[in-house]
Design a protein. Structure first.
Length: 229
């Protein structure tokens, strides 16, 4: 079996898009139905998701996965306790839930308890947990957010990466922005606590990729240089 694309491995699970038919295959941990099929429990079998989604892009996290299909629909499945599936379902489900933001998403990223995506028009949307301000809606709160909300004050987004407590995005000009709860971000903003709106990181650098980790931010520039801080 040949895969045309692989999703970054989640905690104990992986997914790949089969090259000849665009079916999404997943294997590994399935304790929250993140493989998109029953029964729960570890499953080493390389099998397609129960819904037989034909996808062009997939993203995995520890407890839920998402994908954009070949007909430009976005679906998420697995743990939905914090609204990260983009649907009212607040439990775990193997049934892919369609996510609607009112526009076509060209990229999607599953974080630990949240999900974010960018539209073809460069708008960024996030949904799920907002305890650390990782949705970028101007304030942190403890409520689940199953309805995608536009990230405040950010446009021309070409890529977005949701992490555990923070999210980062890159604009068409290569500028990098991050928001959420992260030591490196709090130092840059000179504040204590969540940064709930996008903040430009490393001004003057143009990024090709950018992500927030437990305590630092790392990015690769268009000159293919890696920086972490």
């Amino acid at each position: 079996m040949t895969f045309s694309a692989m999703a970054a491995a989640g905690h104990g699970s992986s997914c790949g898009v089969r090259a000849d038919n665009s079916l999404l295959f997943c294997w590994g941990h399935n304790d929250t139905y993140q493989l998109g099929r029953e029964p729960r429990g570890n499953d080493p079998a390389v099998l397609p998701t129960a819904a037989g989604l034909r996808v062009k892009l997939a993203t995995t996290s520890d407890f839920h996965h998402c994908a954009i299909t070949t007909d430009d629909e976005t679906y998420c499945w697995g743990n939905g306790a914090n609204g990260q599936l983009g649907s009212p379902i607040a439990s775990s489900t193997p049934v892919p839930q369609r996510v609607s933001v009112g526009a076509t998403l060209r990229t999607v990223s599953a974080g630990m308890f949240s999900t974010c995506g960018a539209t073809a028009g460069g708008e960024a949307y996030c949904w799920g947990e907002n305890l650390n301000g990782q949705l970028g809606i101007g304030a942190a709160d403890s409520q689940p957010h199953p309805t995608p909300a536009r990230v405040a004050g950010l446009s021309n987004v070409v890529s977005i990466t949701a992490g555990e407590k923070a999210t980062c995005a890159i604009t068409a000009a290569g500028a990098g922005y991050c928001w959420g709860s992260l030591a490196a971000l709090e130092r840059a903003v000179r504040t204590i606590g969540p940064v709930a709106s996008p903040f430009e990181v490393a001004p003057g650098y143009r990024f090709r990729s950018l992500a927030a980790f437990d305590s630092l931010i790392c990015g690769v520039t268009v000159e293919e240089r890696l920086y972490c801080w």
